[in-house]
Design a protein around this ligand. Structure first.
Ligand code: SF4
Ligand code: SF4
Length: 623
């Protein structure tokens, strides 16, 4: 949870004070109850009792300060805002503030009564208690009170503190503070499944995906009750950040408020309204980039992204009309195995322009099977990079080959738009092609492909080591197989692709390359696993974004803020190359910032013929 502390240190500290006090107050309340009805007493100034009193005293202040701070933030600064397009149940609009006020008041009154009660008891003893420093300070306020008044105050505060629990209990299961039980449960019961591997699409009642609450998996319902309504997921969501109708927080909150109001009927087997009426909107569902930022940031382990994918699965399964561009991409994928609508025989056309031939892995054994990917194979803007990668592999003497026309789109994004049938077809076709080849490991240029091969294909019995090309290049450089001839001298920043950095935690290899080349790496505020989505994932690259600002444009501005002398925006994903090449133009930074694939920089530094001339001019020591 370190990144959560990093992103909101003050709020996290306030929340930590309340949380740890809440946990410890479980014991405090039991002991207070015993003290009230038996001769048992914790008022000892040495040993375990003193330690207990000290912890209770300090945590009481932490809880009071934390709760006050959180209430001021909630009602004074009002950070909890959704954009106008987000679907919110009417009960949620009013309910969020009401719940916060009730729970905040309960904690202030409960902890406050107990804390003042302890101060009264210190005053009754006539001596400050070193093990209750803050209560001793408050005790000075009772100086001069009669013994009877102190006894009365002690009784009133005791009854208030414990009586409030009884008053609050019936409300507790409906409040957001049920998360105090549900969140740990959510974290404990969370499956060990990799983030990059989706569950099979069949829901509990045998239908594909989920259109209604009862078709969600049990943990997707638990998510709603574990949610602490902190809005962190919304803050990092690129769709919400660019004004789309999607808020992963609103999705969970809507689910809970609906369930709270209809729990008895729901538990009794009643059919719930469609999720698209009570949880989120269709526009929101199709805005998700499946970047998983919401999943990673959630402090209680919620996975709102999975609900969105399940809704997509259900929509696709029942033939709901799709975005026309997406529809056409899916048709191309079904027909040709690529989203470009190009015949399969054109897949390796780029390789013909190389001064050497690449082995056909279907015909001769190779050590590395290079799964090139659609964008790297077909997009004319990416083909130069693809050829550069081939030249680097060749220069390093790597034994590699490709599948030529038998390679198909690996299906990562097809699965994430909910087209399960097509995904399975692509997997089958790729597995048939892979079966023809002999190789030790796979290397791929595309993080989306990497994710599918590494995390999705094992469910189909395919288990081989999979590497991203940055991992291979980093090792070749470090082992001296690729030698830097002219160290590069320029300030660069590196963008972590979601499916590489966040999903698969490959963040070190590209940075090792950048440093090995002599470049100065400046990190954007959002980097590594905390990266910001380019906006292409989850099928968005095939859809019409509706003319709104793109996440990639926000990202370019984030990079530009790193300094006027920042020259390169380094990428390691063909889709990023496409997205950011467009974004530097639309933001007006073309010429000021150059988007470049990390492989091109390696090629310049090691002096591969032909590439240095073509690559953007990097300031090298040689110049
Ligand atoms: S996966 Fe990304 S785009 Fe989708 S809801 Fe989560 S943060 Fe938003
Ligand atoms: S889903 Fe997680 S991150 Fe989002 S509001 Fe709920 S607790 Fe916070």
């Amino acid at each position: 949870q370190r990144p959560i502390f990093r992103t909101r240190p003050v709020v996290s500290l306030l929340h930590a004070g309340v949380f740890f006090a809440f946990v410890f107050y479980g014991l405090v309340n039991i002991l207070d109850l015993l003290e009230g009805f038996t001769g048992f007493s914790t008022l000892h100034r040495s040993g375990v009792a003193a330690l207990y009193n000290l912890i209770a005293d300090l945590l009481s202040v932490a809880a009071l300060a934390g709760m006050l701070g959180l209430l001021i933030r909630r009602f004074g600064l009002r950070p909890f805002r959704f954009n106008q397009r987000v679907l919110l149940l009417p009960s949620v609009r009013f309910g969020i503030s009401r719940d916060s006020a009730i729970v905040g008041s309960f904690i202030l009154l409960h902890v406050g009564s107990r804390w003042i009660g302890q101060a009264v008891r210190v005053a009754e003893s006539g001596q400050p208690d070193w093990s209750q420093p803050t209560a001793s300070l408050v005790a000075t306020l009772f100086h001069g009170w009669s013994e009877a008044a102190l006894t009365m105050a002690s009784h009133v505060t005791w009854w208030l503190a414990l009586g409030l629990i009884l008053a609050f209990l019936p409300y507790f299961p409906y409040s957001k503070h049920i998360h105090l039980f549900m969140a740990p449960l959510n974290l404990i019961l969370r499956e060990a499944r990799p983030l990059g591997q989706l569950e099979p699409p069949t829901s509990s009642d045998g239908t594909i995906g989920a259109e209604r609450l009862e078709q969600l998996r049990w943990y997707q319902l638990l998510d709603a009750y574990a949610c602490i309504m902190c809005n962190r997921c919304q803050d990092v969501c690129p769709a919400h950040g660019t004004g789309r109708a999607l808020s992963p927080a609103a999705l969970e909150i809507n689910k809970r408020y609906y369930l709270n109001r209809n729990l008895a009927a729901f538990a009794g087997g009643a059919t719930s309204p469609p999720l698209l009426e009570i949880a989120t909107s269709k526009e929101a569902v199709w805005s998700c980039t499946t970047c998983a930022a919401c999943v990673r940031i959630c402090p209680v382990g919620n996975r709102p992204m999975l609900d969105l994918i399940d809704i997509r699965r259900a929509l696709v399964n029942r033939g709901d009309p799709l975005d026309p561009n997406l529809q056409s991409a899916l048709e191309s994928l079904a027909r040709y195995g690529n989203s470009f609508g190009k015949p399969a025989r054109q897949r390796a056309r780029w390789a013909k322009e190389l001064p050497f031939s690449i082995k056909d892995a279907r015909k001769e054994p190779v050590e590395y099977l290079w799964f090139v990917g659609d964008f790297a194979s077909f997009d004319p803007r990416m083909q130069e990079n693809t050829k550069t990668v081939a030249q680097l592999f060749q220069a390093a003497g790597l034994d590699f080959g490709i599948l030529y026309e038998d390679e198909r789109n690996a299906g990562n994004d097809v699965r994430r738009v909910g087209e399960e049938g097509l995904f399975e077809m692509l997997v089958e076709q790729n597995l048939a092609a892979l079966k023809k080849a002999q190789f030790r490991a796979i290397v791929t240029t595309d993080p989306h492909t990497y994710n599918a091969l590494k995390n999705e294909y094992p469910a189909y019995g395919f288990q081989v080591p999979v590497y991203h090309y940055t991992e291979v290049l980093a090792e070749l450089l470090e082992r001296g197989i690729l030698r830097v001839q002219q160290p590069l001298r320029a300030a660069v920043t590196y963008h972590d692709p979601c499916y590489l950095g966040r999903y698969n935690r490959i963040t070190a290899a590209p940075r090792r390359i950048i440093r090995a080349l002599g470049l100065e790496l400046r990190e954007m505020p959002r980097h590594g696993e905390n990266t910001y989505c380019c906006g292409a994932g989850g099928g968005q690259i095939w859809m019409d974004s509706g003319g709104q600002e793109r996440p990639s444009e926000q990202r370019i501005r984030e990079a530009v803020a790193l300094g006027d002398d920042l020259r390169y925006f380094v990428v390691s994903c063909p889709k990023d190359m496409a997205m950011y090449s467009d974004a530097v133009k639309t933001t007006g930074y073309e010429g000021r910032l150059t988007v470049i694939d990390v492989a091109r920089l390696v090629a310049v530094a090691i002096g591969i013929d032909g590439v240095e001339r073509e690559a953007a001019p990097v300031e090298s020591e040689a110049r």
